[in-house]
Design a protein around this ligand. Structure first.
Ligand code: PMP
Length: 285
């Protein structure tokens, strides 16, 4: 099915969507984005995604003349037009098109706003059964991983290298400690059954899924600690997993050729995945 996409105020056929070659998203990666999951034709954790989008825009000094309600309307309209039952809505806002210059252009130029949908099976995910195998890489991304910008080359490059070595994903290491995965936050269950995840800072993206998992698991009585952990701690852990908007909770069964726990998706991980799915279903909009 040829999709309808949104480009700068218009709903158009995806084949007719054309952007300027001077767009700063294209030339400089001067753009931010969000990916919101869709289940039963509704949006997951909408409030969190708009909050983070506003933060990203603020951090890079970009204006957007659309309200949260305007954005919600576009998301909903694209889901309806494209009959997306399960999948995602991708939103990208770039600073707009201007003559190439490292300095930001006149703040009056109009940002470029792009949204499109992708159908994808989220609740049924084949990789869950086997779990993911990951390889560690030095975290060589820029120092503002907390901003959800489209400068994703190192994440893409590392994931590709992991795939070429028969693995599923890349985890990044900074000063001997895990920061996050190529497109997800990382968690372990320590030997004393605590749920550990790195605390928020400029080193990681504040995942909306991470935030929800912490909220739901706290309410359900899990012991939680937000602190960084090393590869050695991952190897010694009972279970490990990643979180993201479109994979929810993904078991991780191997790191750098070393089996984590039993080498199979962990019991607590799968319990948390169920807990997460049950809770987001109550809050779809
Ligand atoms: N970290 C990085 C680097 C990511 O790219 C993502 C997903 N885009 C996440 C974490 C997870 O964020 P969320 O749960 O909001 O999808």
């Amino acid at each position: 099915m040829v999709r309808t996409v949104f480009l700068n105020g218009k709903y158009i056929n995806e084949n007719d969507a054309k952007l300027s070659i001077f767009d700063r998203g294209f030339l400089f990666g001067d753009s931010v984005y969000e990916v919101t999951a869709v289940i039963q034709q509704k949006l997951v954790s909408w409030e969190g995604h708009t909050r983070r989008l506003r933060r990203s825009l603020g951090e890079i000094g970009m204006n957007l003349d659309m309200s949260d309600d305007d954005l919600l309307t576009v998301h909903r309209k694209l889901i309806a037009l494209n009959e997306v039952r399960e999948g995602l809505v991708y939103l990208q806002i770039s600073r707009g098109a201007a003559d190439r210059d490292f300095a930001f252009p006149d703040p009056c130029i109009k940002p470029t706003v792009v949204l499109f949908t992708q159908e994808k099976s989220l609740i049924q995910n084949q990789t869950i059964k086997a779990g993911a195998k990951v390889l560690s890489f030095p975290d060589q991304r820029w120092g503002r991983s907390d901003i959800k910008s489209t400068q994703l080359l190192y994440a893409s490059f590392s994931k590709q290298r992991a795939l070429e070595q028969g693995k599923d994903d890349a985890w990044f290491i900074k000063d001997g400690l895990v920061t996050e995965g190529s497109s997800n936050n990382t968690f372990i269950i320590s030997a004393d059954r605590k749920l550990l995840t790195r605390s928020l800072s400029r080193d990681i993206l504040g995942g909306i899924t991470r935030e929800s998992i912490l909220e739901y698991s706290k309410k359900s009585g899990y012991q939680i600690e937000e602190k960084p952990f090393s590869i050695e701690e991952v190897k010694d852990s009972l279970e490990a997993f990643t979180s993201s908007s479109t994979t929810f909770i993904m078991p991780v069964v191997e790191i750098d050729d070393y089996k984590i726990g039993s080498g199979l998706p962990g019991k607590i991980t799968l319990e948390l995945r169920d807990l997460y799915i049950r809770n987001i279903m109550k809050d779809l909009i």
